[in-house]
Design a protein around this ligand. Structure first.
Ligand SMILES: Cc1ncc(COP(=O)(O)O)c(C=O)c1O
Length: 360
């Protein structure tokens, strides 16, 4: 066909009707696929439901009013850091207890600082906002909260910048605890390696780090496992995709050290203290992959995951494949603590309704 007047030979001409030009499928038309349709449907319905309020730019804000311009969506996430915090409902005291709020606030500050952002609110401001938002949404059940700090309107997120005031938003949602249900996981050792301190430091709870977790988690799910365990750049056990790991061998618990490429987990710290109190020796040391296969018990732990027993690793069954005695004892003590029933660790809890931020 001869070229249209004024168009160089070989050049492509955009069709006159925009509707026919590389028409992009709308989300409704796209086939929805996943290796686990039930989990996918659940995640979708959770995303569709939301509480009336979130917290953004210094105040409790109606969910529908929290909008940013489309151009902000991509790059603002590159330096974004966040926290995942659980709150447990106590039916006896009719209060909601945020678990180890101070430690989460401290880690949030560290992550923000690490990204060379500045937190305009400070730990008290964010802590107060977290409790305020729980009250605004009226949670009287177990719930989960995510404060997230990002570089907002000021600069594109990929440019080197210092002391940029972070924009912060906080969301929360209902999240029933899985503690006490005897849940066990079949795990694999991932073929992906853990990001390392001189690549993308796992110590910062940065959004970008979670691509590593997604690779691990997707690989595990596609291959028929519940969760993946990641080895670090030295070939030693680091952690799970979204959780830290402990093994128990001959009555001694062990967990990789904080230099193994892990997030400095608040649950891990709590369990180390609790194991000590329960008279179970605990070592923070390097763990070989094959120790996972030979362990009497193993469990993953983290805020969202809580404590989840590992039944097998790479199809090597651990003991009888059920939750082991140490894991069981730890889990039941943890459940008492988070619900405010253990006098020893009341200072780990912040009461949302009673006295706002006073320990119970
Ligand atoms: C990669 C990773 N490691 C470990 C943990 C456990 O950390 P924490 O106990 O502070 O929730 C998490 C949970 O957020 C995580 O995402």
């Amino acid at each position: 066909m001869p070229a249209a007047p004024g168009v160089p030979p070989g050049a492509r001409v955009a069709p006159s009707s925009p509707g026919t030009y590389n028409r992009v499928q709308t989300p409704k038309e796209l086939p929805l696929t996943t290796s686990d349709p039930k989990a996918f449907a659940q995640a979708q319905s959770q995303a569709a439901e939301h509480p009336p309020y979130l917290w953004w730019a210094g105040r409790v804000t109606p969910w529908e009013d929290a909008n940013v311009h489309l151009t902000m969506v991509g790059w603002s996430a590159i330096s974004a850091v966040f926290e995942g915090i659980r709150a447990y409902w106590s039916p006896q005291r009719e209060d909601l207890y945020v678990f180890r709020l101070d430690e989460h606030l401290k880690r949030f500050q560290q992550s923000i600082r690490f990204m060379r952002m500045k937190d305009p609110y400070g730990p008290e401001g964010i802590g107060g906002a977290i409790c305020e938002l729980f009250r605004a949404n009226g949670y009287r059940e177990d719930a989960y909260c995510q404060p997230l700090a990002y570089m907002g309107r000021t600069v594109p997120g990929y440019i080197a910048a210092e002391d940029i005031p972070a924009e912060v938003f906080i969301t929360n949602r209902a999240a029933p605890s899985n503690l006490g249900q005897g849940k066990v996981l079949h795990c694999c050792v991932s073929s992906w390696a853990r990001i390392s301190d001189n690549v993308l430091p796992p110590r910062a709870k940065a959004i970008t780090n979670y691509q590593n977790s997604r690779y691990v988690s997707n690989e595990a799910r596609v291959n028929g496992y519940d969760a993946g365990i990641i080895l670090n750049d030295r070939g030693k056990v680091a952690e799970g995709a979204y959780a830290c790991i402990f093994i128990v061998r001959n009555g001694v618990a062990a967990t990789p050290p904080i230099t193994a490429g892990i997030l400095e987990s608040i649950t891990r710290d709590s369990l180390i203290q609790m194991l000590g109190e329960m008279g179970i020796p605990v070592e923070q040391r390097e763990i070989d992959r094959t120790e996972l296969y030979l362990a009497d018990e193993a469990f993953l732990c983290g805020t969202l995951m809580e404590i989840a027993a590992v039944a097998s690793v790479d199809r090597y069954q651990l003991s009888n494949g059920a939750m082991g005695p140490v894991t069981q004892a730890l889990e039941s003590r943890f459940l008492q603590i988070v619900r405010g029933q253990d006098p020893k660790h009341q200072d780990w809890l912040t009461a949302v309704y009673a006295k706002a931020t006073a320990a119970v």
